[in-house]
Structure formats: C-alpha cells, structure tokens
Design a protein around this ligand. Structure first.
Ligand code: KG4
Ligand code: ZN
Length: 344
C-alpha cells in the first residue's frame, strides 16, 4: 500500500488574547498549545495594548512547545499558516510577523488564514470523536466578536445569511457577567452558575429583528436596568440570586440564537447544522442543539471543547486545506483587522 507522504503544517493564532500554535499532519492535530492571557481579567475586557505585549512574550515559547509536543523538528515543517484577520491589529501583527520570519528562515511557504473560516473549518480536523459535516451545511458561528449564520457550500465558499447588527453574543455573555460583578471572560462563569439555577426565574424580552439577523445590545441594557432596580430594593439581590439570574440570562440568549437558526434551517431546507466559536463551548447551547436532531431531523456537528475558543488547530486545518490547493501567500501580505468570512 502506498502511504500518503506526511505534510506538516504549523498554525499560528494571535488575533485576540490567546497566543496559540499547533502542528497538523495530514489533517490530524499533533499539538495545540494555547497560552491564555490572564492580565485582562482585572480590566473586565481585553486591553489591546496589553494583548500585543503578552503575545510578544508568549509566541516563542508557545511555538517551541507546539513543535516539541508534535515530536518533530522545525525542519520537517512543509508550510506555516497564520491568522491574517479579523482581530486586534497589534495582536495580529505579532503572529503575522513571526510567521513571515520563520517561513523565510526555513524557506517554506506561507499560508494566510481567515480566523472566521478557521472556526468553521475546525469541523474538518481528523478526529475519531468528531464527524465532518457534508456540504451544504449551516454553521452558527458564535464568539466574542461575531454572531453569524453561515451557509457553507464548499471549504472556501461561505455566505453569511444572518448576523448581529450590534453586539456579538460573546459580548452579551461577558457584559452581563460584568454587570453581575463576575471577572472577564464571563461567558464560562455564567454557564457554570446557570447549571445550578432556574432558567425561568426572570424574564427578559427578546429583540425583534428582520430575517436571520440578531441584536444583543437591547438585552444587555435590559439586564443592566433590571439589576440596578433589584439592587436598589435589596443590596444582596445578586448574591442571593446569582444562579437564577445566570440561568435566566443564558436561557434568553440561547432562545434568541436558536429561534433564528431554526428559521434559517427551515427556509434553506438545510438540515446539517454545525456550531463554532468560543460561545459554542456553552453547555446549554450544546445540549439544546443535540435535542434538535430528534425534534427536527437535523444532523448536528458540535466541535470538541479545545476547538471552540480561539486555538491554532483551527488555523492549521485551514492551512492544510489551502496547502492541498497550493493556495500560498507572499511575504508582502499584511494583517487586517477587518475580514469577512468569504474573504481571504
Ligand atoms: O472564539 P473566542 O475564543 O474568541 C473570539 O474570536 O471572540 O470566543 C470568546 C468568547 C468570549 O466572549 C467568552 O465569554 C465566550 O466565548 N465563551 C462562552 C463560554 N466559553 C467561552 N460563552 C458562554 N458559555 C461558555 N461556556
Ligand atoms: Zn475566535
């Protein structure tokens, strides 16, 4: 039997506040190292200037560790894939510059990756616990910066059919958490407290938005006013009701997300439904989506936890898919803060 020649790609991700490097071999992840930046917790959100400094500190050890864990030598690498955008400019520049220098030093090709395509295409990582979606499928891409329903007809043919008109869903989680006095990023903490609370304890009105689009800024304001009013009546309100508040906020957000996703599935007739992005780590979202298999005859695709929040494995898989198509970039390519999912 002729064996496929191993193709090793190094993926580098530095678009926001996680420095990550991964090595992929023919679609299988050999290492996926992520350094989280704890510095932002005390500021209640990502401070761009501090993020780029922390990337500078982390990038060399993270890449070194990824190559070491993959048990290869850097000379074995066939190409380097890096996140070109979207993201914070100062953060992107660290990964982009490092990728260029390393590709120059090793004399191997460079591959530019769209971070949003990375979240979606993480579903194509070879992993026995993960089923790959067939085309066409819909992907609800939910993160700290994005909330989109994307129709994917091929690896690199993606169309946004619905998206948020204001805040991203991750922001809705994080800003709600901040109102409750929880540290950044608050999404995972709301999820944790919600597990112990009653999702019907408090009611928040849902936005009315056309088509498959979303809006989360009204919800954030509604939560702020609700909490201010309750705390005025009882200064211990948050402490005494934290689990119920979190469960009610989370439940409202999940209903908003799925109302539009159900509508999109119905109107497009597509029943292969995936989720991606940091917020897809949410336990209620994962559970609820699974329940739609029986309810609506959907086949659902839920990424492994380590491929939900920002990671370089998702950049490496896009790098591998582009490598197979000889889709390389030049050393003149620049990072870009704004990049749509269908752009490269
Ligand atoms: O994809 P990601 O790591 O970064 C961006 O590209 O934005 O997403 C980060 C977002 C944050 O808003 C974080 O609070 C949210 O994902 N998040 C969650 C959970 N885990 C991460 N939100 C709700 N429940 C979770 N379990
Ligand atoms: Zn992301």
């Amino acid at each position: 039997m002729i064996k496929n020649k191993p193709i090793y790609i190094l993926g580098i991700e530095s678009s926001c506040d996680d420095t990550s490097a991964a090595v992929i071999c023919n679609g299988k992840i050999l290492s996926n190292v992520v350094a989280n930046q704890e510095i932002h917790a005390k500021y209640g959100g990502v401070v761009p200037e501090l993020a780029s400094r922390a990337h500078q500190q982390n990038i060399v050890p993270v890449i070194h560790q990824a190559i070491h864990q993959a048990n290869i030598d850097k000379k074995d690498l066939n190409a380097i894939a890096f996140t070109r955008g979207p993201g914070l400019m100062g953060s992107l520049l660290v990964g982009t510059s490092f990728a260029k220098s390393l590709s120059l030093a090793l004399d191997i090709p460079l591959i530019a990756v769209n971070h949003m395509q990375g979240h979606v295409l993480a579903h194509f990582i070879d992993d026995e616990t993960q089923q790959k979606p067939p085309f066409p499928f819909l992907c609800l891409t939910i993160s700290g910066g994005h909330t989109q329903i994307v129709k994917i007809t091929d690896y690199f043919t993606m169309e946004v059919i619905g998206e948020t008109l204001d805040d991203a869903v991750g922001e809705a989680f994080d800003k709600s958490a901040k109102i409750l006095g929880l540290p950044y990023p608050g999404g995972p903490l709301i999820d944790k407290h919600a597990k112990l609370g009653n999702p019907k304890a408090f009611k928040f009105s849902k936005p009315k938005v056309d088509g498959f689009n979303y809006s989360f800024s009204g919800l954030k304001t509604a939560i702020l006013y609700f909490i201010q009013k309750k705390v005025k009546e009882d200064p211990n309100f948050i402490n005494e009701n934290l689990n119920d508040i979190c469960a009610s906020i989370q439940h409202t957000i999940v209903e908003i997300l799925f109302n539009k996703l159900k509508k999109a599935a119905k109107e497009t007739g597509i029943k292969h439904i995936a989720i991606a992005g940091g917020v897809s780590a949410n336990s209620e979202i994962r559970k609820e989506l699974k329940s739609f298999e029986k309810k609506f005859g959907w086949t659902t695709y839920i990424p492994k936890f380590e491929f939900t929040t920002d990671n370089a494995a998702m950049i490496a898989i896009v790098g591998y898919l582009k490598y197979l198509e000889n889709d390389f970039t030049t050393k003149n390519n620049t990072a870009t803060a704004r990049l749509k999912v269908n752009e490269n």
